[in-house]
Design a protein around this ligand. Sequence first.
Ligand SMILES: Cc1cc2nc3c(=O)[nH]c(=O)nc-3n(C[C@H](O)[C@H](O)[C@H](O)COP(=O)(O)OP(=O)(O)OC[C@H]3O[C@@H](n4cnc5c(N)ncnc54)[C@H](O)[C@@H]3O)c2cc1C
Length: 474
Amino acid sequence: MQVKSFMYNMILSELEDVVGVENVSTSEVEKASYTVDYFWLSRMWQDRGAEGPKPDIIVRPGSTEEVSKVLKIANYYKIPVHTWGGGSGSQGGALPMAGGILLDMKRMNKLISIDESSHSITAEAGMIFQQLEWYANEKGYSCMHIPSCLTCGTIGGALAHRGIGIFSSKYGKIDDQCMSMEVVLPNGDIINTLPVPKHAAGPDLNQIFIGSEGTLGIITKATFRLFEQPECRKHRAFLFPDMTAGLNAGRDIMQKVQPSIMRLFDEAETVSIIKKVIGFEKKGAFMNLSLEGIERIVDIEMEIVLEICKKYGAEDLGAEYGEKWFENRITFFYPGHIMDIPQMFGTMDTVADFGHIEKIYWAMKNAIESNFPGVRFIAHCSHWYGWGTMIYDRFIMDNPPEDKEEALRLHNQIWNTGVRAAMENGGVINDHHGIGLKLSRLMKEQYGPAFQVMEGIKKQLDPNGIMNPYKLGL
Ligand SMILES: Cc1cc2nc3c(=O)[nH]c(=O)nc-3n(C[C@H](O)[C@H](O)[C@H](O)COP(=O)(O)OP(=O)(O)OC[C@H]3O[C@@H](n4cnc5c(N)ncnc54)[C@H](O)[C@@H]3O)c2cc1C
């Protein structure tokens, strides 16, 4: 104990030497604020009076060079490093499960450059995404990465778990929008991916670090595409007789035009959340859709959308409910509209091609509802691609067990059941929330023998296994 305490203080002083005494903390109160993110289990654990996973030392670096020096120290002493952006992740990805160093990135929040000829913007990765969007807006552009966590998630957090924003169906996911990155490797080396993403000089290194959830390195800077603000944005809503008709129409729309937003809500979500937030009363599968860009093109695209929706038996609800949805796009996440403790809930977030998606929807719904009486299942498809879509499916239990261990076990059983139903039917377990701690145990099942590629990369880059232990199945 004496030796540990002596050594601990030696390491602490090395870290203080790198980032300054004022940027290192061992305060118990500050440590407590890093024991919970938006993962239900971490919140339930504290709700039941138990202590969450705490770091030993909080470090707040101010530059890439400081991150590099911190990682060199961590690697030398083999201390775990957990990177923390905004802490808004829902998968327990940033939780310091192995103690050690908690690297809070939010001091690294500087704008580096805007290149108007290339339509690109570069900033440090600890910046909250809303700030980056404001810088883009000042010049008349948008990053078009507008997630519901815009005001609480960082650039690094969005990249680290492959985030997505509401305009994704037209402008892509964060992995389509990121052009290049600066990353600090676990050994402290600072590397840059190639300056442009579309090249034939080998594999795209961006795609090794995007989605790596702090297990392979720390993203310190990133360059994103900038988009011109659309001349117009037009909203519309439809009511389909059922999910089957809505999914068929959604597929047809994506294969002919490119809406920026398209959301299809199943019958259960239409009569619950859609009714509650935008006051729409009828039964069926509600769809809202937005088209944007040059007005003449948008008007033609809207004609095509109307024809397709009519073909699949939809009632055209006009612009009103589409506009209401858009105005309330964040309201869906306000207290009172979103599930909250004491309820048990989770968003399973599955992605697949059009050939499998409907089968997956029914398999997950049946698996959850038949195995767990009293658990509700609601779903919508929120992000669409030319080849498929994702299901943002939630389970909700109003009265979960009071005992925390029992609640944890039941929570994981529900997840295992739902996720396995998706995988068995051709689904991939996550579209944009990431794996984190929540789904770590299922990664090998998802990948099969292909997982050895990820294990090999991990072993090569992080032989001491210091980066975000227990996450991403690594
Ligand atoms: C109300 C609400 C709405 C949400 N809506 C959306 C949405 O629309 N779209 C969406 O994609 N997500 C959404 N999320 C999920 C979450 O907010 C996002 O995952 C967010 O981008 C996480 O960013 P963060 O900075 O908070 O990351 P954190 O939670 O701090 O970390 C997430 C993961 O990224 C790693 N990480 C963080 N920074 C770095 C870095 N610089 N280098 C390497 N690894 C790093 C962490 O170690 C961890 O593994 C929502 C969450 C909430 C609470």
